[in-house]
Write a protein that binds this ligand. Structure first.
Ligand SMILES: [Cu+2]
Length: 188
């Protein structure tokens, strides 16, 4: 009987291992590996605790566009480039990380021949709109002083729910839980 008992334990275990290794094998298919570009790798490195509900949501929603870190210029202004690729209705990258609060200059390139787009951006408690006709380049200078998560999106038609939502993450000395919520905005 011990052998039978062993089977009762071992068989489901082996089945589970086989199943889970199948799941891993599935991840090795070219379409998935193709998504492991530097932007997505940076996203996973920035949000390693994907079992945390908030981080999980952020990582899932924005994984395809990946993440980029704004570079601080000699003038103290942070800069990053965001592209709209052809026909994908997504921002590349979808997440821009600022190392600290301050001014952020974003260069947008609409490389989508099918549609004009626009970037509706957070800016010092207000919003800044940048229109992006087909094939155009636009530059926006915004100010985000407080650490936190700030949304940006394309207000054209149904582009935002199709994937044209992005995040600007302002790093800073706040508790990690606070970073995952948009901070209180000053009232004017
Ligand atoms: Cu759009």
């Amino acid at each position: 009987m011990p052998r039978k008992r062993l089977n009762r334990v071992l068989l489901p275990l082996l089945a589970a291992v086989a199943l889970s290794s199948c799941e891993y094998v599935k991840l090795l298919r070219p379409s998935v590996l193709k998504q492991l570009n530097p932007r997505v790798v940076r996203l996973v490195n920035e949000l390693p605790r994907v079992d945390d509900p908030n981080e999980e949501v952020v990582a899932r929603l924005f994984a395809h566009g990946g993440l980029d870190r704004a570079k601080v210029g000699s003038d103290g202004v942070m800069r990053a480039t965001v592209r709209v690729p052809k026909g994908e209705y997504i921002w590349y990258p979808a997440i821009v990380v600022m190392p600290r609060g301050g001014e952020l200059e974003l260069d947008f390139y609409n490389e989508d021949p099918y549609s004009y787009h626009a970037a509706f951006l957070p800016n010092a408690g207000n919003r800044h709109a940048l229109f992006l006709p087909v094939g155009s380049h636009g530059r926006a200078r915004i100010r985000l002083d407080q650490p936190g998560l700030y949304w940006f999106g394309c207000p054209v038609a149904n582009h935002a729910p199709r994937g044209m939502l992005g995040l600007i993450m302002v790093s800073g000395e706040v508790p990690p839980e606070a970073k995952l919520d948009r901070p209180r905005q000053p009232r004017h």
